[in-house]
Design a protein around this ligand. Structure first.
Ligand code: AMP
Ligand code: ZN
Length: 140
């Protein structure tokens, strides 16, 4: 299924141009227009699903498989030294296009437009990690 107002569905249908890196029956990969770092690529399922959490497992696995291959290629061909793999879920996490996609962001050094910082929560030492882990387990 495609969604009429979805920019990535339009790219998949060829209604909006994109620089394609990979394509098969289920998955498309194309360059992110922002090029946060050189080679920044998006991997998307051809069917519309809103995000990582709502995508059927077998499709999600196909997308991740392509993301892995693109990461390997960027290290081999572009000379990237590392890769960040990222999928934002919902606006609170920074998702701006609500068609599941995985960012493959090659990293060359500490410069470039991409920063990701996981600071230690000042409350971390007051949290009970076993209690938190039990809470999450209840949802599995
Ligand atoms: P997110 O914020 O995680 O939902 O990522 C959406 C990404 O889509 C952003 O990095 C945008 O730069 C990218 N983007 C939006 N429109 C286009 C487009 N027409 N072609 C390529 N990338 C796009
Ligand atoms: Zn879509």
């Amino acid at each position: 299924m495609r969604k009429d107002d979805c920019i990535f569905c339009k790219i998949i249908e060829g209604k909006i141009p994109s620089a394609k890196v990979y394509e098969d029956d289920d998955v498309l990969a194309f360059l992110d227009i922002s090029q946060t770092t050189e080679g920044h690529t998006l991997v998307v399922p051809k069917e519309h699903y809103d995000n990582f959490l709502t995508t059927p497992k077998e499709i999600m696995h196909k997308v991740m498989d392509v993301a892995q291959r693109i990461g390997q290629a960027e290290i081999m061909v572009l000379g990237a030294k590392g890769i960040n793999i990222l999928s934002n879920v919902n606006k609170e996490a920074g998702q701006s296009v609500f068609h599941f996609h995985v960012h493959v962001i090659p990293r060359y050094d500490r410069k470039g437009g991409f920063t990701l910082e996981m600071k230690e929560n000042p409350k971390a030492k007051d949290l009970s990690l076993p209690a938190l882990a039990s809470e999450i387990k209840k949802g599995l």
